[in-house]
Design a binder for this molecule. Structure first.
Ligand code: ADP
Ligand code: MG
Length: 634
């Protein structure tokens, strides 16, 4: 028997194991290569993939390039130019820092690196097999780096077996690409798959513009910029206005110091900020950037660097939550991008559609596509009065540099894209009027002309650009809910004593449940006293609703006792408040006097989060004038 059971793994085997952590699928290789190009200061990055990245991944950048010596070292494990000693790990400013990516990729593929620094007369081409440099020769190349990865995982069958279909892997690559493109709007990106151009994203002056390039006008027009800082941390980005929601959380993006992260705390802060504005099971869209001192965050906690650890995550949660919450409370600042002013919106951005029907999954406060004999109208309506953007917001949002859109592929990947004539892509089109892109997200309801009430449930209003229907129940529900919440903040739900206490008779089964819930009911404004085994005295009721409806409301709340108690805690309490607001609010079916309508609209305008009921349903639906005119073929 061998005396020695333990042995050191050959370096190539060790590298393959490490590769499994860093590069688990083609998209992770793409991510590492993109990060390297960004770290090298690239202004233009082109990515070409074949067969979902398994056949080939080719990435060309115009960044700093490498010397001959550095290029040889770059594929060695733990070879990095980004940190020098352990202490540097506590203040990382680059996307890479471990020196593992190229070594990992090299050990599981056929790799070619072409690179040249601006200062060097010529570049070098290195062929790397099984992690070893096989040949180096001089080559003519523009400055920057071009990395070609072929036959990824050819020598690791186990890894290969776990790959999904080509389409799925390509989708994952596109997701990675989108995230990095979103975080770096000043860099031009292109992506093509099997020689088909998928994205061509010229440099832009703002994240909103980059967002528009990636996801189209329709969604971009619904995004509100936000920003907030606090000592040592700044959060900013884009959040969707309260009237839209999406079926998936795919449009929630979070970046910490430009690094795409999946962080539970940040996602929780985002979704809590949207509570009561997006229905359960649906999601907002948001792009969140966190800028924080490098010493406040540890990025060295995950092999793929997609998770981070914050020193003070509670404070950051608060910052994100309030930044978005406050923006939602006042959404009136118009989204102002004057089309065509400085930026060329005719640039074909997203060329083919891959996994991007986001615009179509939007639920906006607008009617669904209506088909009027022969013509479909599916455009989101312009929400109420179009206002000129304030000068200030114009200054802030209008791009300050012209989009740089070379007609020919500058890095010679050979799929030179030509600008298509405007309007060829309906989703992304082009020379829309500024009006479509410039609208306040939230109307002042009371300023619109009241046309009347419809179906005893909806208030019809006329604005300069269309008409809208306000759901009277949803509107009143939000008003009462916010009143209750404000009272709670000021010390508790206000109560009003009944002149004579009312006796409430309960079935024995009910009586036990109500006894157990006396404190809970007290917290929302019902003062109850036991009066015999199955009888209670109602002595006071929530003041917002007046005392006449006290008994009815209490009975409704008692009926609902079982519904939410299972969830417990603060959210159960909020559910209880929603229930109360719901039962106490004007119902559909009630005819309203004109002055009641006026009062309701005025109250609504004075309320935060007025565009949605507390369950997240829209308060109004808008019918654009243009839409109506098109239906009449005007
Ligand atoms: P890391 O990014 O963690 O340093 P990598 O294995 O990804 O490790 O890269 C190793 C080194 O190779 C980098 O530190 C950098 O100096 C160099 N390098 C890699 N890609 C590029 C590139 N596209 N342009 C310039 N230098 C690069
Ligand atoms: Mg790297």
């Amino acid at each position: 028997m061998d005396a020695r059971l333990i042995h050191i793994l050959p370096e190539q085997v060790a590298n393959q194991i490490a590769a499994g952590e860093v590069v688990e699928r083609p998209a992770s290789a793409v991510k590492e290569l993109l990060e390297n190009a960004l770290d090298a200061g690239a202004r233009t990055i082109e990515v070409e993939i074949e067969s979902g990245g398994r056949g080939a991944i080719i990435l060309a950048d115009d960044g700093a390039g490498m010397s001959r010596e550095d290029a040889i070292l770059a594929v060695r494990r733990h070879a990095t130019s980004k940190i020098r000693e352990a202490a540097d790990l506590s203040a990382i400013r680059t996307l890479g820092f471990r020196g593992e990516a190229l070594a990992s990729i090299a050990s599981v593929s056929h790799l070619t690196i072409k690179t040249r620094r601006a200062a060097d007369a010529r570049g070098y081409e290195l062929a790397i097999e099984s992690g070893e440099v096989e040949s180096i020769r001089e080559t003519a190349i523009g400055c920057g780096t071009r990395i070609e990865v072929r036959d990824l995982f050819f020598n690791t069958p186990a890894r290969l077996k776990f790959l999904k279909t080509m389409a799925t892997e390509q989708g994952a690559i596109a997701d990675t690409f989108q995230r990095l493109a979103l975080a770096n709007h000043k860099v031009a990106f292109r992506l093509s798959a099997d020689r088909r151009a998928l994205y061509d994203l010229p440099r832009t002056a703002s994240t909103l513009e980059r967002f528009r390039q990636l996801f189209g006008d329709k969604l971009a027009a619904q995004m509100l910029p936000f920003e907030r800082d606090r000592e040592g941390a700044r959060v900013y980005g884009l959040s969707s206005q309260s009237q839209i929601s999406l079926p998936t959380s795919r449009m929630l993006f979070a970046f910490v110091n430009q690094r795409a992260v999946r962080d539970r705390m940040l996602l929780r802060a985002l979704s809590q900020a949207y509570q009561t504005m997006v229905p359960r099971g649906r999601y907002p869209a948001a792009v969140l950037f966190v800028e924080i001192g490098a010493e406040q965050v540890d990025v060295n906690v995950h092999p793929m660097k997609t998770e981070v650890r914050f020193r003070d995550s509670g404070a950051l949660f608060e910052l994100v939550y309030h930044a978005i919450r406050d923006r939602m409370a006042d959404q009136r600042i118009p989204i102002a991008i004057a089309a065509g002013e400085a930026i060329d919106l005719r640039a074909p951005t997203k060329i083919a559609s891959i996994g991007n029907s986001i615009g179509d999954q939007l639920s906006i406060g607008a009617p669904p596509a209506i088909t009027a004999s022969g013509g479909a109208i599916g455009e989101p309506a312009i929400v109420a009065p179009v206002r000129e953007p304030s000068r200030e917001s114009r200054l802030r949002l209008v791009p300050d540099l012209p989009a740089n859109r070379p007609a020919q592929s500058p890095l010679g990947l050979g799929y030179g894209l030509r600008a298509r004539p405007g309007g060829s892509n309906p989703d992304n089109s082009s020379n829309r009027s500024a009006a479509v892109l410039t609208h306040p997200a939230v109307p002042d309801y009371a300023k619109l002309r009241i046309v009347g009430q419809m179906f005893a449930g909806y208030i019809a209003l006329e604005g300069p650009d269309g008409f809208m229907l306000v759901d009277q129940h949803a509107a009143h529900e939000r008003v009462t809910f916010e009143k209750l919440r404000a009272q709670l903040r000021d010390g508790g739900v206000q109560i009003q004593a009944l002149l004579t206490p009312e006796t409430i008779e309960l079935s024995p089964a009910r009586a036990a449940a109500v006894h157990a819930a006396i404190a809970e009911l007290r917290a929302i404004g019902f003062v109850l006293e036991p009066f015999g085994p199955a009888t209670m005295l109602l002595k006071a009721a929530p003041a917002v609703f007046g005392t006449e409806s006290g008994r009815r409301l209490l009975n409704d709340m008692i009926d609902g006792l079982g519904d939410v108690s299972a969830r417990g805690g603060e959210s159960a309490f909020e559910d209880r408040l929603k229930q109360l607001a719901c039962h106490g609010s004007i119902r559909v079916g009630r005819i309203l006097e004109p002055r009641e309508i006026q009062a309701l609209l005025a109250e609504l305008d004075a309320t935060e989060f007025k565009t949605n009921c507390p369950h997240g349903r829209p308060v109004h639906i808008n019918f654009g004038r243009g839409q109506i005119e098109r239906m009449f073929r005007r």
